[in-house]
Structures are given as C-alpha cells and as structure tokens.
Write a protein of this length. Structure first.
Length: 143
C-alpha cells in the first residue's frame, strides 16, 4: 500500500493530504491526536513501526505525538523526524514539524534550514511552509 503523505491541516494535528486509500493506522492516530491522547497515538505508532519501519508517515506521526505529549523526549523526536526525512526527503510534514521541534530547543538556524527546504519543495507555496514561516517569525519576535 502506498504511504499517505501527512501534513498539518485545520488545527495543528497531522492529516492525510491526498485521496489515497485511508491507512487505518493513520486514521486511528489522527483520532487519538484530536483527543490529545498522545500516549495512545504513541502506542499505536510503536506497534505500527515494528511492522513497517520504512513508513515515513509513521515516523513523522510518532515524533509529533511524542513532541506534543508531556515531557517530550526530544532526542527521540529528532530521531524519528530524521528517519522520516531519510526515508522520504520530500516529506513536507516532517520538514515542518522538525523545524518546529528545532524552535522548541532554540535552534532557529536549523528551523530555517527546513523552512528553506520547504520553500524549494513547495514551488507554489504550501501550508507546511506557511506554518513554519509563521512559527519562525513568532519565535524571532519573542527574542
């Protein structure tokens, strides 16, 4: 089954971007994210990654659920965003979210690297670029 590309839509939770057949794991995780059940999303994705470790969407969603949960393990967050990008270097959601994670640790330069990657990937613009650009601008305005 082809992996769905996952991006942020509407709120801050990742959502499937295209009309590909729904992935039941992604649907279950999106529902957990909407309930802010970060631990449930993480558990579902840990199991899914054991079965499909080359799924960039699962790595992206797993890192997101960890990042949004209580006391996120940022080493694990970066590990899984980077794995998503290793598998799919054009994964828009992973670029946006790893940029946000870099802002969490105050690394604006790395966030801007991913913003530049999104600028290259989104020839006519995209939500991921717009959201990360705003996050970087907001971060810099607070400094």
């Amino acid at each position: 089954m082809a992996a769905l590309s996952v991006q942020a839509a509407g709120g801050d939770e990742p959502r499937p971007r295209d009309a590909a057949p729904a992935d039941p794991i992604v649907e279950k995780v999106i529902a957990a994210n909407q309930r802010k059940d970060w631990e449930g999303a993480q558990a579902t994705l840990r199991d899914a990654l054991l079965k499909d470790p080359r799924n960039a969407d699962y790595h992206n969603l797993y890192a997101y659920a960890i990042r949004m949960g209580n006391q996120p393990n940022l080493d694990l967050v970066f590990k899984h965003y980077n794995e998503a990008l290793r598998i799919d270097s054009k994964h828009l959601g992973a670029h946006e979210y790893i940029g946000e994670a870099y802002l969490m640790v105050g690394n604006v330069a790395k966030a801007k690297e991913h913003l530049a990657a999104l600028d290259r990937l989104c020839f006519f613009g995209c939500d991921e670029y717009s959201k990360l650009k705003k996050a970087v601008a907001d971060f810099e305005a607070k400094k």
